[in-house]
Design a protein around this ligand. Structure first.
Ligand code: NCD
Ligand code: ZN
Length: 485
C-alpha cells in the first residue's frame, strides 16, 4: 500500500454554492477546509474529496469580522456580561475574533490579572480572542511582564469612562510610549482629554443639568481633537504605534489625517453608533444612548463615512459595552453607565448600508476583517478567505430584512438604541476555525471553550523606536559627570 501525499488527504468539509467576498472582489467558489484551515478555494469540480459537504447556496461568505473593541466584563462585572455570553453574541453577529478590553476587576495591569483572564477566556470563549492590558500612570514597569504573559496590545485611557481607570498625565504617556515603542505592540487610545471633561461636567452639574444631552455638552468634539493631536505628537516622537478608538467626530479626522501624512503609525476605528445615530436621538433614548465618546450632531456622520471610504479611518469596531437595563435607565444622566451592546448588531447594521448601495461588500470586508487583521499582525492567518487562512467565516443572507429586538440579543445586556431598527442582511451561520459555532441562527453544542487566543501568532512589523537616546530610561542611566564611581 502506498502512502498518500498530504495534499490528497480528504478535506474535513467542502462548502459549495456560496459567493466569496474578499477585500477586492466577490466570486462564486467552493471552499475546502482541513484541520480548521482553508485548504482550497475554487471550482466545485476541483475540490478534494471531503468527509462532509455544506450547501451555502444563496449566501455570501465573508471573512468573519474582527472586532478589536469589546468589553466582556469578565471577571468583575459578570452581571453585565461574561466571556461566554459575550462571545456567543459575537458569533451571532458574524464576529469570529474579538479583542477584549482591560477595564474589568481587577484591571488587567499586571501579569497575574492577565493570566487569570486568559484562563477565563480559554474556558468560556466561543470565538477567538486577544486580550488588552492597561498602560497606566503607575504600571509602566509592568510592560515587559504583560507582553510576556500574552497581550494583543495596550489600552491607554486619556479620559475617564466606565471603570474609572485613572488618566495618565502627558508625562506618564510619553514615558509609557517610550517603553512600549521597542516592543512593537500597538497602544489603543480612549482619546478624550480628561481635564476638559471633568471641568465641564462639574459646571454642568452645578448648573442643574441632568438631561441626557448634558452628556454631549460635557464632551464636545474638541475633547477628542486635542487628545488625538497630543497622542500623535508623542507617538511621532517615540515611534510608538497607536490606534484611535471610537472616532466620533468629523473634527478628529483633521489631526488623524495630519498624523498619517507625517508618517506616524496611527490607525483608527469608528462604530455604527457614530455613523448612524445623532443628537436628535437623545430625546428618544435618554440614558440608553449615553456612551463615551458621546453620539454627536448628525452632521458628523457623512464625514465619518467619507473617512472610511478614503482610508483615513481604517476599520469598524463596536465598543460593545454591556450594562443592565437598571444601570442604563436611571433618571439623572450622570449616574447612567456609559455604553451599550453592539458586537452582534454591527454586521447587520453595516450590511443594511451595503444593501442601500452606500458602499460595497468588499469595502465592508476591508473595514471589518482585512484591515484589523493587518493592523494587529494577524494577516493572512485571519481576515481573509484563501488557502492557509483559518476557516473563520460569516455566512450572510443579503436578501433578508428583519428587525433588531433587544429581547433577542444574545448579550446579557438587553438594552440598546438599536431596538426596533429594520435591517437588511443577516449572519445566518458563523464558523470559527472550521467549526460551526452558529448554524441556522442557533448556537451549536460544545463550542464553549472552542475560542483560542490569537496573540500566539501575532506578527507585528519590526519595532521602530525614535529618540531612544533621549528617553527617561536612557537619561537616568547616565552617570552624572564628576560623580564618584
Ligand atoms: C465603555 C465601557 O462601558 O466599558 N463605555 C463606553 O461608554 N464606551 C468604556 C469605553 O470604551 O470608554
Ligand atoms: Zn473607550
Amino acid at each position: 500500500m502506498t502512502e498518500r501525499a498530504p495534499d490528497t488527504l480528504p478535506a474535513d468539509l467542502v462548502i459549495h454554492g456560496g459567493i466569496i467576498v474578499t477585500g477586492e472582489t466577490q466570486f462564486a467558489a467552493s471552499i475546502a477546509i482541513r484541520d480548521g484551515r482553508i485548504f482550497a478555494v475554487g471550482d466545485a469540480a476541483a475540490m478534494p474529496a471531503a468527509r462532509e459537504t455544506f450547501d451555502a447556496a444563496g449566501l455570501h461568505i465573508l471573512p468573519g469580522a474582527i472586532d478589536v473593541h469589546v468589553h466582556f466584563r469578565d471577571p468583575g462585572y459578570t452581571h453585565k456580561e461574561d466571556f461566554e455570553s459575550g462571545t456567543a453574541a459575537a458569533a451571532f453577529g458574524g464576529v469570529t475574533t474579538v479583542f477584549d478590553m482591560p477595564n474589568t476587576i481587577p484591571t488587567v495591569a499586571d501579569a497575574a490579572a492577565l493570566t487569570a483572564k486568559h484562563a477565563i477566556a480559554a474556558s468560556k470563549a466561543h470565538v477567538d480572542y486577544g486580550l488588552y492590558a492597561v498602560l497606566g500612570e503607575d504600571t509602566i514597569d509592568k510592560v515587559p511582564e504583560l507582553v510576556e504573559a500574552g497581550i494583543i496590545g495596550f489600552k491607554l485611557y486619556m479620559g475617564n469612562t466606565f471603570g474609572r481607570i485613572p488618566t495618565p498625565s502627558t508625562g506618564a504617556m510619553l514615558e509609557a510610549f517610550e517603553v512600549v515603542a521597542p516592543t512593537g505592540k500597538r497602544v489603543s487610545l480612549h482619546a478624550e482629554t480628561n481635564s476638559v471633561m471633568e471641568r465641564r461636567q462639574r459646571q454642568l452639574v452645578e448648573a442643574g443639568r441632568t438631561d441626557a444631552l448634558a452628556h454631549l455638552a460635557s464632551r464636545p468634539a474638541v475633547v477628542a481633537v486635542e487628545a488625538v493631536a497630543r497622542a500623535a505628537i508623542l507617538a511621532e516622537w517615540t515611534g510608538a504605534r497607536i490606534h484611535v478608538l471610537h472616532i466620533s467626530s468629523a473634527a478628529e479626522l483633521g489631526p488623524l489625517r495630519d498624523a498619517k501624512a507625517r508618517g506616524v503609525d496611527i490607525t483608527g476605528e469608528t462604530c455604527p453608533h457614530y455613523l448612524m445615530l445623532g443628537a436628535e436621538d437623545y430625546a428618544r433614548w435618554g440614558g440608553i444612548i449615553r456612551v463615551n465618546p458621546p453620539v454627536r450632531e448628525a452632521a458628523n456622520q457623512q464625514p465619518l463615512w467619507d473617512a472610511l471610504a478614503d482610508g483615513t479611518i481604517d476599520m469598524i469596531a463596536t465598543d460593545h459595552a454591556p450594562h443592565t437595563p437598571e444601570e442604563k435607565t436611571r433618571a439623572e444622566i450622570w449616574s447612567v453607565d456609559c455604553g451599550f451592546p453592539g458586537v452582534e448588531t454591527q454586521m447587520p447594521l453595516m450590511l443594511t448600508e451595503v444593501a442601500k448601495g452606500r458602499y460595497s461588500l468588499s469595502d465592508y470586508v476591508r473595514w471589518s476583517a482585512v484591515n484589523p487583521a493587518r493592523i494587529w499582525g494577524l494577516y493572512p492567518r485571519k481576515g481573509v478567505i484563501q488557502p492557509g487562512a483559518d476557516a473563520d467565516l460569516a455566512f450572510v443572507d443579503m436578501g433578508r430584512t428583519w428587525t433588531i429586538r433587544d429581547a433577542d440579543l444574545k448579550s446579557r445586556s438587553k438594552v440598546s438604541p438599536w431596538d426596533g431598527r429594520d435591517v437588511t442582511g443577516m449572519p445566518v451561520h458563523t464558523m470559527v476555525r472550521g467549526r460551526f459555532v452558529v448554524k441556522d441562527r442557533a448556537l451549536q453544542a460544545d463550542t464553549k471553550g472552542h475560542g483560542r487566543p490569537v496573540h500566539t501568532f501575532q506578527q507585528m512589523p519590526a519595532a521602530a523606536p525614535r529618540h531612544a537616546d533621549q528617553t527617561i530610561a536612557a537619561a537616568t542611566a547616565v552617570v552624572a559627570p564628576g560623580a564618584a564611581a
